[in-house]
Design a protein around this ligand. Structure first.
Ligand SMILES: Cc1cc2nc3c(=O)[nH]c(=O)nc-3n(C[C@H](O)[C@H](O)[C@H](O)COP(=O)(O)OP(=O)(O)OC[C@H]3O[C@@H](n4cnc5c(N)ncnc54)[C@H](O)[C@@H]3O)c2cc1C
Length: 310
């Protein structure tokens, strides 16, 4: 990979200010883990995203999309090629009883915006730290609500760089999953259908959910939230708790003593340590209860840089 050449070509597409080279991804993930991205780019508009996709396709440079990094673990060797962040796509607006949010906006902010507009339906999202795009990708949800319940449609770019407005049903949303990876879509904007409500009622629900979250989750440490999906018929946290794994760790990563479903980066863990704790939990729960814990969190990147990519 000729980095200088790629940089020059990227600078034809995006303002050089918005291209970071060898950027540590630990600066962009909730676990505070992750080696460097060769190029970390933050396009300003849809046209730049389209051009980037077409450039990556033409040159076969690997291309990875990152939201708020709240549901990914990036390995210590980082990510080769281009890491795209839509963190400049932040606009949130009202259209009738709908909220239209650009994909880089936090879904927490979409939820707060709905409150300010006295619209009900997005309260469940008031503590989910992902972007709107990441929330759609994961069909994020909490306390009985999920994106699927209120998504009307979304604007996406496909893997060839073409833009489409798709209906919610086109994303096959299901428990913490969608078809977005398989289809290769990049979500640009999502439209949520909501209903008129009372400010105080909406706020009361959000305050209650925030209290529940803050009292139960170890938000004082970096983590990726619940690491595992809920196995049919069980609760992952309970299985982990009953396996006596809370407080057990490897290096700087350990199973939270506050919430067994969380693994926290307690003191400068490496991604290798964090992933080893995940594997330890899966093995122990399997041996004790014969239940397979499926990861909710995605693992990206390489264990180590094998070649000099400069
Ligand atoms: C403390 C804490 C609490 C959490 N609580 C909850 C919870 O209650 N409920 C819940 O569901 N989740 C929860 N999560 C997990 C996480 O916040 C969600 O899964 C969130 O939807 C991930 O969004 P993100 O922007 O951080 O995505 P990332 O983690 O950056 O990425 C996740 C995946 O989404 C893809 N992606 C990101 N943006 C786009 C886009 N624009 N278009 C297409 N694909 C995209 C990425 O490529 C990646 O594959 C929690 C996490 C933490 C750290």
């Amino acid at each position: 990979m000729n980095k200088q050449l790629i940089l020059k070509e990227l600078q034809q597409i995006i303002n050089p200010e918005h291209i970071l080279i060898d950027e540590y991804l630990k600066n962009h993930t909730y676990t505070k883990l992750g080696g460097k991205a060769d190029f970390f780019v933050t396009p300003a508009n849809i046209e730049e995203v389209q051009e980037l996709i077409r450039y990556a396709n033409k040159t076969e440079i690997p291309f990875t999309l990152l939201g708020n990094g709240s549901n990914v673990i990036v390995r210590d060797g980082g990510i080769r090629g281009i890491v795209l962040s839509l963190k400049r796509f932040l606009n949130i607006r009202r259209e009738g009883n709908k909220v239209v949010a650009e994909s880089g906006a936090r879904i927490i902010d979409a939820s707060r915006f709905a409150l300010s507009e006295k619209l009900t339906g997005l309260e469940f999202a008031c503590g989910i730290p992902g972007t709107v795009g990441g929330a759609l990708y994961m069909n994020a949800g909490a306390y009985g609500g999920e994106v699927k319940d209120c998504l009307e449609s979304a604007l996406v770019v496909d893997s060839t760089g073409d833009v489409h407005q798709l209906a919610a049903a086109d994303f096959d949303l299901d428990y913490r999953t969608s078809n977005i990876a398989e289809k290769g879509y990049i979500v640009l904007e999502a439209t949520f259908f909501l209903e008129a409500g009372e400010y105080d009622d909406i706020k009361a629900i959000m305050d209650d959910l925030t209290y529940k979250r803050e009292s139960k989750q170890p938000l004082e440490y970096p983590s990726c939230g619940s690491v595992f999906k809920r196995p049919p018929g069980y609760f992952a946290g309970k299985l982990i708790q009953d396996s006596d794994l809370q407080g057990k760790g490897i290096g700087g990563a350990e199973v939270s003593t506050k919430h067994a479903g969380f693994i926290v980066n307690k003191s400068n863990a490496t991604a290798t340590e964090y992933i080893s704790v995940i594997e330890m939990v899966q093995k122990t729960v399997k041996a004790k209860f014969d239940v397979e814990l499926e990861r909710e969190v995605r693992i990206l990147g390489e264990d180590e840089i094998l070649t000099d990519t400069k």
